[in-house]
Design a protein around this ligand. Structure first.
Ligand SMILES: [Zn+2]
Ligand SMILES: [Zn+2]
Length: 147
């Protein structure tokens, strides 16, 4: 990781290393708040702004990307994993992942019909999970689907 950062023109500091380790240890869809809480477990001198800046850095060097699901909370997803889609529950904010491998040929066909060269896909379905549906009767009408 130290060498990798150097090739990108950034230095690895002990503080930065702690933040990076915490991020990759937490797994998928980490918010700044979650990472901050995790980092503070091992080092109480690290401030919120530092955590936030380092998350931005992790994205900048291509190891994670921002996921915005329209609830005003930015989540950070590691890029090392298989491409996947998101089912996002508007009720309990649960994020469910699903395989998108089977969909890629269909999506590629849609793009090439427009002579469009796709570089990536983002599949997000918003709505209500099974548990929340009973509390959200209005959810029976399909929610807006953003691609
Ligand atoms: Zn994800
Ligand atoms: Zn739910």
């Amino acid at each position: 990781m130290r060498e990798f950062l150097k090739t990108k023109g950034f230095k690895m500091t002990p503080q930065r290393e702690r933040i990076f380790k915490a991020f990759f240890g937490l797994g998928q869809h980490v918010t700044v708040d979650e990472l901050y809480a995790k980092v503070r477990e091992s080092d109480r001198s690290i401030g919120y702004a530092t955590v936030w800046r380092n998350l931005k850095l992790i994205c900048k060097v291509g190891l994670a990307e921002e996921v915005n699901l329209g609830d005003g909370v930015t989540r950070y997803d590691r890029i090392t994993r298989e491409p996947h889609g998101h089912l996002f529950c508007l009720g309990c904010k649960k994020l469910i992942e699903f395989e998108t491998t089977e969909m890629v040929p269909g999506l590629t066909a849609v793009a090439s019909a427009q002579r469009f060269k796709p570089e990536g896909f983002k599949i997000e379905i918003t709505g209500y999970c099974e548990k929340c549906q009973s509390e959200h009767k209005e959810a029976e009408t399909p929610q807006a689907v953003r691609w």
